[in-house]
Design a protein around this ligand. Structure first.
Ligand code: PLP
Length: 412
């Protein structure tokens, strides 16, 4: 692939990088990739020496759409170009992408060192599947502390898995420092880049070996397709992922979802800039409001890792959390009073979403586990959309006014 050529800017690559190479192979001069629904492709003749590995989708060669498909291939090339990697593989969900990676790298007896503050589904995969079924030694650490990671990584460690920033408390870890120490032990470093997208953070440039995405979130950006991807410069890992996971385990993205994701990707830079502008304004508004006790957004100077965010990221993203000063009932009243924010899990779409982690995304954790991580009953997480920020702010303002006028039990 030659799509990672950085002589063009990110915004240009987002529109055309994968598309140009693949659509130029078509008969009609399409400027966007068509949705290739064909499950199989007629051959010109029989070549008994043809092996699967010899079929080259980038040269317009296709056999069967589980192996590769023109629309999926276009998306994969586009994703590789944006993350600055050589190879990308698109999977049926972010979860499938992360599972594919683990199943390609880990063997029984290996150690997997992971940030303790991971997306709950990934944590469940690591403990129940990798540790529980495959006898991998899974060790969770506080990866905000580089020394804690250094203490956990040993020569048995095959993979260090990071998420930065995390959900819902927006904690960061230092990708460059952790990659350097992991490489000293021969371990690979993988980063889930879902929360920032390649527009705001490129882990491969910081020394990581593999990047994962739930493309369901910012990459697609329109809350209408579940998908995932892995990007890497490591050719043998890419071959392993394609052969054992997409081809053998059958865990690949459909042509229609590939098309939707490609379509979403073209406006990624525009969307990310607006997500961030809106999130910054709302974070500053919330920080100054008396009904809010704490705001977690790395763009604020009050964020304990603001300097790391400024160094490691090229923007602060569109997700923020905040703690309300009252009770959980107040928080529920607040959330239910909002018009512009849909009460929903997930994030990264053009529309603003809001949720109460203790009762929604993180409800499966017991209260002690939530308390240990710092998730209170009144913590609210927002995925700030690209709407008119004045409308979002007015909506939050009326909700906060409403709970400020409620009588608290302490007043009885
Ligand atoms: N990684 C992160 C950071 C997520 O937030 C999610 C889902 O919320 C996933 C991975 C899983 O992605 P999917 O829902 O596409 O399987």
């Amino acid at each position: 692939m030659d799509d990672s050529d950085r002589s063009t800017g990110f915004d240009t690559r987002a529109v055309t990088a994968g598309e140009k190479a693949m659509t130029s192979q078509g008969a009609f001069g399409d400027v966007v990739s068509p949705i290739h629904l064909a499950s199989t492709y007629a051959l010109d003749g029989i070549d008994p020496s043809l092996a699967l590995e010899d079929v080259d989708p980038d040269a317009g060669e296709f056999l069967y759409s589980r192996l590769s498909n023109p629309t999926r291939r276009t998306l994969e090339r586009q994703l590789a170009a944006l993350e600055g990697g050589e190879h990308a593989m698109a999977f049926s969900s972010g979860t499938a992408a992360i599972a594919a990676l683990g199943l390609s790298i880990l063997e029984p007896g290996d150690r997997l060192v992971a940030f303790e503050d991971l997306y709950a589904g990934t944590k469940r995969m690591f403990t129940e599947l990798f540790a529980g079924r495959f006898d991998v030694d899974v060790t969770f650490v506080d990866a905000t502390d580089v020394d804690a990671v250094a203490a956990a990584v040993d020569d048995r460690t095959a993979l260090v898995w990071l998420e930065t920033p995390t959900n819902p408390l927006i904690r960061l870890c230092d990708i460059e420092a952790i990659s350097a120490l992991a490489h000293d032990h021969g371990a690979l470093v993988g980063v889930d880049n879902t929360f920032l997208s390649p527009y705001f953070q490129r882990p491969l440039d910081l020394g990581a070996d593999v990047v994962a995405h739930s493309t369901t979130k910012y990459v697609n950006g329109h809350s209408d397709a579940i998908g995932g991807a892995i990007v890497t410069d490591d050719a043998s890992l890419a071959d392993e992922l394609a052969l054992t996971q997409q081809i053998t385990a059958g865990s690949m993205l459909s042509p229609f979802d590939s098309y939707l994701t490609l379509r979403g990707l073209k406006t990624l830079p525009l969307r990310m800039r607006q997500h961030e502008r809106n999130a910054m304004e709302l974070a500053e508004f919330l920080e100054a409001h008396p009904a809010v006790s704490e705001v977690y957004y790395p763009g604020l100077e009050s964020h304990p890792q603001h300097d790391l965010a400024t160094r490691q990221q090229s923007g602060y993203g569109g997700v923020l959390s905040f703690d309300l000063a009252g009770t959980q009932d107040d928080a529920i009243t607040f959330l239910e009073s909002l018009d512009e924010f849909a009460l929903a899990v997930s994030l990264g779409g053009v529309e603003s979403l809001i949720e109460l982690p203790a009762a929604m995304t993180h409800e499966p954790l017991d209260p002690a586990q939530r308390e240990a991580i710092g998730i209170t009953d009144t913590l609210v997480r927002m995925s700030v959309g690209i709407e008119d920020v004045a409308d979002l702010r007015a909506d939050l303002e009326q909700g906060l006014e409403l709970i400020s006028t409620l009588e608290s039990p302490a007043d009885d």
